[in-house]
Design a protein. Structure first.
Length: 151
């Protein structure tokens, strides 16, 4: 087992009690990366949110996509395939999860993989994506439907 940590830091801009406070904050990771984060401008309009910041919904979609990709690369390499590039235009859809509850109800991955040399046939490609999805720690942690639609 392993432990994964993130530090999230927010500081008041002096407007907290009025409710017109900035939702901009930072995510700090153990490797040293610092990411500007914010609520989504779809949830809290700018300027109270920072549209340039990564919002939690985007981060979840990116986490699912990244996890799937890393497993796909490992499985494809183990199966003897050579990959030149992998591009995923992943998308999360927000919807109702019950009375008064919203959630990302569906995450769709659209990986476009470019192979060097022999390419997998349709069945091999489907199996690689299926196995990557089954092994993805993040997808296994979610109730949200995760769909893989290879390009």
């Amino acid at each position: 087992m392993s432990t994964h940590k993130a530090r999230i830091a927010w500081t008041s801009d002096g407007e907290f009690s009025s409710g017109r406070y900035s939702r901009r904050h930072e995510w700090m990771f153990d490797g040293g990366a610092i990411v500007t984060a914010s609520s989504s401008p779809d949830v809290v309009p700018a300027p109270l949110s920072d549209p340039a910041g990564v919002d939690p919904e985007e981060a979840l979609v990116a986490s699912v996509s990244s996890c799937h990709m890393l497993w796909f690369l490992a499985l494809a390499q183990g199966a003897g395939f050579d990959i030149v590039s992998y591009l995923d235009d992943a998308e999360g859809v927000m919807g109702r999860a019950g009375p008064g509850r919203m959630a990302l109800t569906r995450i769709t991955l659209r990986p476009a993989v470019v192979f060097a040399g022999r390419e997998p046939d349709a069945d091999e490609l489907a199996r690689l994506h299926h196995d990557a999805h089954e092994r993805c720690f993040i997808a296994n942690s979610l109730k949200t439907e995760v769909v893989v639609e290879p390009v």
